[in-house]
Design a protein around this ligand. Sequence first.
Ligand SMILES: Cc1cc2nc3c(=O)[nH]c(=O)nc-3n(C[C@H](O)[C@H](O)[C@H](O)COP(=O)(O)O)c2cc1C
Length: 194
Amino acid sequence: MELSEVLARRRMVRRYTAEPVDPAAVARILDRARRAPSAGFSQGQTFVVVTEERRRHALAHACDEEEHVARGLPRWLSSAPVHVLPCVEPDRYRARYAEPDKAGSVTPDDWEVPFWWVDGGQSLMLLLLAAVDEGLAAGFLAVRAAAVRPVVGLPDDVAPLGLVTLGHPAPDRRSGSLARGRRDWSDQVRWEHW
Ligand SMILES: Cc1cc2nc3c(=O)[nH]c(=O)nc-3n(C[C@H](O)[C@H](O)[C@H](O)COP(=O)(O)O)c2cc1C
C-alpha cells in the first residue's frame, strides 16, 4: 500500500471482528514501530503485547470497560484480539546521555521537551500506520498507569502511553469529537511566520 493511502485510511477503530490476527503480522507491526527515531538513539520505547484472552479482559476491566458499556459505548477493548501498551523508559535516556559522546549535551532532566514523550508518540504513530498497512485496524485509548501496571507487571520506571487495540475492523461509530471538523488549513499551517 502507498504511504499516502495508509495515511488516508488510518482512523481510530473501536470495534473488531472475532477473526484472529496472524501473529506474524503483529510481529511485523511491532518491528515497524521499533523503527521510530529516538533522541540519541536511546531507544526508550518498549511495547507490551497482550494476546491472552484472560489478560486482555483484565486490561479491559482495568480500563473500566463495563462503565463505558453501561454508558452506551461499544465493548471496545475486549473485542480486540491484540492489545499493545506502548511504553517509554526515561531511565534509558538518562543512561544514554551519561555516555561520553553526550558530554556537554543538555541532560534529560533539563530538557525543555522530555524526548521520551516525543519518541513514544512517534512509535505510537508507526504502530497505528503499520496496522493499516497490514490490512488491520487500530485504536488508541488513554489509560491510568496505576490501573494497568499490575495487570502486565510494568515496573515503576516504565510509563505506558496508553493502550493500542489491533484487529480486523468491525462496523463502529466514529468519535463524536470528529463532528468538530478539521481546522482550517490556513489556521493550522503558517508559512514563513506565525
Ligand atoms: C493522545 C490521544 C489520546 C486519545 N485518547 C482516546 C481515548 O481515551 N478514547 C478514545 O476513544 N479515543 C482516543 N483518542 C482518539 C481520538 O479521539 C481520535 O484520534 C480523534 O478523534 C481523530 O479521529 P481519527 O484518529 O479516527 O481520525 C486519542 C487520540 C490521541 C492522539
